[in-house]
Design a protein around this ligand. Structure first.
Ligand code: DAT
Ligand code: MG
Length: 152
């Protein structure tokens, strides 16, 4: 039995600046993932530090903080069967140089330090990240017209 799952996606400042918002959101919509929350926000230093807490102390942490705070980002919640894994696969490898063509990073990015997108790596991470960017009443429950055609 398939169970709808939530994941968190963030389009990083380079995606916004390079005009890739529509293209990337389109891929998720066409795959059948439902956008249940979406907004343009700035990531403050303290939010960035909490968000990327697992990388604190690493050599790339400071550059990562400057990057993520360099401009507005698009935060969203996507919902669908196996949403966490589906989005991770669509994103491609963390290092864009190694990401397969056909993936978001493989099609729109060249380096690890400007890899256009973040997606939760587990259901637990999704919960944590969603709560950092959205209040419960900013996440909308609704039925998409094609939903009955997305599974048997
Ligand atoms: P992902 O974004 O694929 O979940 P991650 O959680 O390991 O990857 O790292 C978060 C971000 O930090 C990643 O999107 C880019 C940056 N990063 C990770 N490893 C890096 C490295 N070795 N050098 C430079 N930046 C790195
Ligand atoms: Mg990660």
């Amino acid at each position: 039995m398939n169970v709808a799952e939530r994941t968190f996606v963030l389009l990083k400042p380079d995606a916004v600046q390079r005009g890739l918002i529509g293209e990337i959101v389109s891929r998720f919509e066409h795959r059948g993932l439902k956008v249940t929350a979406l907004k343009l926000v700035r990531v403050s230093r303290s939010l960035g530090e909490t968000y990327y807490a697992e990388h604190k102390g690493k050599a790339f942490f400071e550059p990562l903080m400057s990057y993520i705070a360099a401009g507005p980002v698009v935060a969203m919640v996507l919902e669908g069967d196996g949403a966490v894994a589906a989005v991770r696969k669509m994103m491609g490898k963390t290092n864009s140089a190694e990401a397969e063509p056909g993936t978001i990073r493989g099609d729109f990015a060249l380096t690890i330090g400007r890899n256009v997108i973040h997606g939760s790596d587990s259901g637990e991470s999704a919960k944590r990240e969603i709560s950092m960017f959205f209040k419960p009443d900013e996440i909308h429950a609704y039925t998409r017209i094609d939903e009955s055609w997305l599974r048997e």
